[in-house]
Design a protein around this ligand. Structure first.
Ligand code: BGC
Length: 465
């Protein structure tokens, strides 16, 4: 397949991540609470193990925080799948529609549609009408209206699955709040919206989470893939579990004895379990989000919140007179003015160069920032990023233990992992430190994994039929 599934390499010419060289001692001191020690991570891992056990257990699941939803995907692709499939990928602020031809050297045709904010926070009917319109426009543009193709639907929110084609929305996350969807089968809602386009027939053959899509897409390329991870707008993980351990999974074993578990790890800590590492910025971000009290782990890690965490820290340090000579700006003191993409950019300057960090300070109206301020800003951003990368790494180690295979590959997608210049390296280093020689792991970037994986699940399902 032309789309890649590869190891990321980071550029050694950049400023090293987390270096304290030249950073003001007061800023280093203030940021200490953001540093995850290995003791913190060991405690986190133990809590995560316990949370997973509670999620998997039939008796404990109703009160579990990490829900561990069985996905009904029992088989990974083996790389021999062929045929044309459609995929619909809804997860962040975009909808992507893909036509994937698994036998073709140029297999993926994609169109991306931006979801307007009023649709994300409107009614479910409006959302599904919008999705159906995008899908139908794509199908017509590809000349596929006559012969319906099987469609894999990636719906990246917590879904209680009752089958491969039945996914009941448990709750919204990220920036979505559409009314009338929670408690309903999203496949049925999509089909109802599609019926308004009487001339188009679509055969939805599976609904899945983006983590599952990413794992499945990784497995198509690498037979060692057992874990899927997203670090993008939101964060989540999935892994291959033995059916006997997935007590809520009541389906006949189709032969593998395994099932993919969608952890929904974004919710980890919603009962206060992570308060030992959460700080005032985390509380602020949470209290001012569309879902206060929910997705506390996600809010420490994912792209939707990273920029705001950095901004809050800079605001605090400026007001304390530790940065910018105590002189802030309207933009610095206004919520959500710092995008997470800027957090990646801040760390993209080469050693000795300050141009990107300066540009970001300028864009916040901090044109009076000195070289010392630029050094401090880079350090603050790196502390937030490192914390996220270290938490995700510790989470992956727990999943490696659960899978229990010495050689293992992790399929990863999402803007933070993909675009942050140090995220991959930080993860590799931390995982190595935590596992020693126990696991021989590889972290693979799976571009478009959630969409391609949906097509692959549709393909594997078609093969089984
Ligand atoms: C959702 C997950 C999803 C993750 C990454 C979270 O907010 O709850 O279902 O996998 O974001 O997109």
């Amino acid at each position: 397949m032309a789309r890649s599934c590869k190891s990321k390499v980071c550029n050694p010419a950049l400023w090293p991540s987390g270096s304290t060289e030249g950073v003001s001692p007061e800023i280093i001191e203030e940021c200490k609470e953001l540093v995850m020690t290995n003791d913190h991570l060991q405690t986190y891992m133990q809590l995560f193990r316990e949370n997973i056990n509670r999620g998997l257990g039939k008796a404990t699941n109703p009160n579990a925080i990490v829900k561990c939803f069985p996905t009904y995907v029992q088989d990974l692709p083996d790389g021999t799948e062929k045929g044309k499939f459609l995929a619909l990928d809804l997860g962040g602020s975009n909808i992507r529609v893909l036509m994937v031809d698994l036998g073709d050297p140029d297999p993926v045709h994609t169109k991306v549609y931006t979801i307007p904010k009023d649709i994300m926070q409107g009614t479910g009917e409006q959302l599904f009408d919008f999705i159906a319109d995008c899908l139908v426009t794509f199908i017509k543009s590809q000349g596929l209206a006559e012969a319906p193709l099987p469609l894999g639907f990636t719906f990246s929110f917590p879904l209680v699955q009752k089958g491969l084609k039945v996914g009941i929305l448990e709750r919204w996350t990220k920036d979505f709040t559409c009314s009338g969807v929670i408690g309903n089968n999203v496949v049925e809602m999509l089909q109802t919206a599609l019926q308004k386009h009487g001339d188009i027939k679509v055969d939805v053959s599976a609904v899945l989470n983006d983590t599952t899509g990413t794992l499945v897409a990784a497995a198509f390329k690498n037979p060692l893939a057992r874990i899927g991870l997203i670090v993008g707008t939101g964060t989540n993980g999935c892994y291959v579990e033995k059916q006997e351990n997935a007590e809520l999974f009541n389906e006949p074993d189709l032969g593998s004895g395994k099932v993919i578990i969608n952890l929904e790890w974004g919710a980890f800590g919603d009962d206060g379990a992570l308060d030992f590492v959460r700080v005032s910025y985390d509380e602020d971000v949470d209290a001012n989000s569309v879902n206060p009290g929910k997705q506390k782990h996600e809010k420490m890690i994912s792209g939707m919140y990273m920029g705001e965490l950095v901004r809050l820290a800079l605001e605090k340090f400026t007001k304390a007179g530790l940065m910018f000579e105590g002189l802030g700006s309207d933009a610095l003191y206004t919520r959500h003015t710092l995008e997470s993409s800027a957090v990646s950019d801040i760390e993209r300057d080469r050693m000795g160069d300050y141009s990107k960090v300066k540009k970001i300070c300028d864009s916040l109206g901090l044109t009076h920032a000195t070289l010392q301020d630029h050094t401090n800003v880079r350090y603050v951003a790196s502390c937030i990023t490192r914390r996220a990368a270290h938490l995700v790494s510790a989470g992956l180690v727990v999943l490696m233990e659960r899978v229990g295979e010495k050689q293992i590959a992790v399929g990863i997608d999402g803007t933070v992992y993909k675009f942050h210049p140090h995220f991959h390296n930080l993860m590799v280093e931390k995982i190595k430190e935590l596992v020693g020689d126990t696991y021989d792991f590889e972290l693979l970037l799976v571009e478009d994994g959630s969409g391609i994986g949906a097509a692959l699940v549709a393909a594997v399902t078609a093969k089984k039929r």
